[in-house]
Design a protein around this ligand. Structure first.
Ligand code: PLP
Length: 429
């Protein structure tokens, strides 16, 4: 282990691993050799070690799934025990029933459940059911929903998409019920589904989600909450429990199985039980190690104060971030639900929000704190992790205040490509 090994591995990666670099849509993670850790070695609790031996308080937690922390003993035992029975069998395994029952008991909309592997699978299934059920094609959406065509067709830069699909999806503005109403009226009788993250880097204003619920009902379209990140995280029953608005269907994943690959579409029985008509299936749907992990994870989330703890940690982060920012005269906040926070920062002179975010991420890393601009607490993050993060916030804002004064990132952002493409940002000239 060490920097030399990392560089050697990275050279090999560049020669063979097409998927090894982070997807460009994940913006802030453009990285070359520099401050940003390149390859992961292992995790424990709320910390991760890279192949150079660097140790980080990890606020990304595998992009959200590792809600209990790395290597939770009950989850590991469940996986080991199940391995002895076989990871994939030729018939539906009882674990599928057991996990489906747990999801039904926790998620308000879940009368029926269908498993997938990725969030993208569950959402693609939901949209297909909505289209089959309504006989309509158009989808209105808010948020990020994975890599399948129904969604990516709406991303102009995404190539390889049939042009005929481009007009089947349209975004709407969050927290603006008037915008959704306008789109529904302009497309009367054409909207199959409204697919949305109920909370992302903003939370819903009072009454907003209920208005969305009412509008979708009035227009005969199906409301699908994308709860891939919020499910089992912002509350045991996800955003629908937290904000008290129940959709027709919801996609869950990530926190469902503490890092093992599993997702599910859940929702009203009349929709879920039509999946035979929409051609849904995949070889690994019933893979038992992930189901065993999900059973153990859901039992812990149901019986221990996991979601309360995530909220407490998130609030501590929010307060620490804000007070460091204020101490250094900077208007910056952590926004969104406390268990799913994102950095908000305003433009300052020539420094765009993304430029300043890049610098903060770099400075946090120097103090052993890993974030891509989001903070996803896990049950295992402890006071030591919080204290280290508080120090990183303070040092980060100290440097940012100096960069703001100089009105440039030159001499401050030392890692080429850490977060912005230099050529694109005036602060790097
Ligand atoms: C809100 C949301 N929906 C859908 C997805 C796609 O899930 P997956 O990457 O598991 O296909 C993600 C992944 O980050 C997500 O955050």
């Amino acid at each position: 282990m060490g920097p030399d090994r990392t560089i050697a591995l990275w050279k090999r990666l560049e020669g063979v691993l097409a998927s090894g670099r982070w997807n460009p849509t994940q913006g802030v993670l453009f990285h070359d050799h520099g401050t940003y850790p390149l390859l992961a070695q292992r995790g424990q609790g709320g910390r991760m070690w890279d192949t150079s031996g660097g140790e980080f308080v990890d606020w990304m937690m595998g992009w959200g799934p590792v809600v209990l922390g790395y290597r939770h003993p009950a989850v590991e035992t469940a996986i080991r025990d199940q391995l002895a029975e076989g990871p994939l069998l030729s018939l539906t395994h009882p674990l599928e029933i057991e996990v489906a029952e747990r999801i039904r008991s926790m998620v308000p909309c879940a009368e029926g459940v269908a498993f997938g592997k990725n969030g993208s699978d569950a959402l693609a299934l939901g949209v297909r059911i909505a289209r089959a059920h309504t006989g309509r094609e158009l989808v209105l959406h808010y948020g990020y929903h994975g890599f399948h065509d129904w969604y990516m067709a709406g991303i102009a830069q995404c190539q390889g998409m049939p042009e005929s699909l481009r007009s089947t999806i349209q975004p709407f503005t969050y927290n603006d019920a008037g915008d959704l109403e306008r789109l529904l009226l302009e497309n009367k009788g054409r909207v199959a589904a409204v697919v949305m993250e109920a909370a992302r880097d903003q939370e819903p204003t009072p009454g907003y989600l209920q208005r969305v619920r009412d509008l979708t009902r009035d227009h005969g379209c199906i409301l699908i909450f994308d709860e891939i990140l919020t499910g089992f995280r912002v509350a045991r029953g996800g955003a629908q429990e937290c904000y008290g608005v129940v959709p027709d269907m919801a996609a869950v994943g990530k926190a469902l199985s503490n890092g093992m690959p599993l997702s599910a579409l859940c929702g009203r029985a009349e929709f879920l039980y039509t999946i035979a008509r929409v051609g849904y299936g995949m070889t690994y749907r019933g893979e038992t190690l992930s189901l065993a992990a999900a059973k153990a994870t859901l039992d812990i989330i149901a019986n221990e104060p996991v979601t309360d703890r995530l909220a407490t940690i998130g609030e501590a982060l929010r307060t620490a971030f804000q007070s460091s920012a204020v101490d250094h005269g900077i208007d910056a906040r952590l926004t969104g639900p406390s268990a799913r926070l994102a950095i908000w920062i305003d433009r300052h002179g020539r420094l765009s929000p993304l430029a300043q975010l890049s610098l903060l991420i770099q400075e946090f890393l120097k103090h052993g704190v890993l974030s891509n601009g989001s903070f996803l607490p896990c049950y295992a993050h402890d006071d030591r992790d919080l204290e280290q993060t508080r120090i990183a916030f303070d040092r980060g804002f100290e440097t940012l205040a100096r960069a703001r004064q100089a009105n440039t990132l030159v001499g401050f952002l030392t890692t080429p490509g850490i977060a912005i493409k230099y050529g694109d940002d005036e602060a790097m000239h």
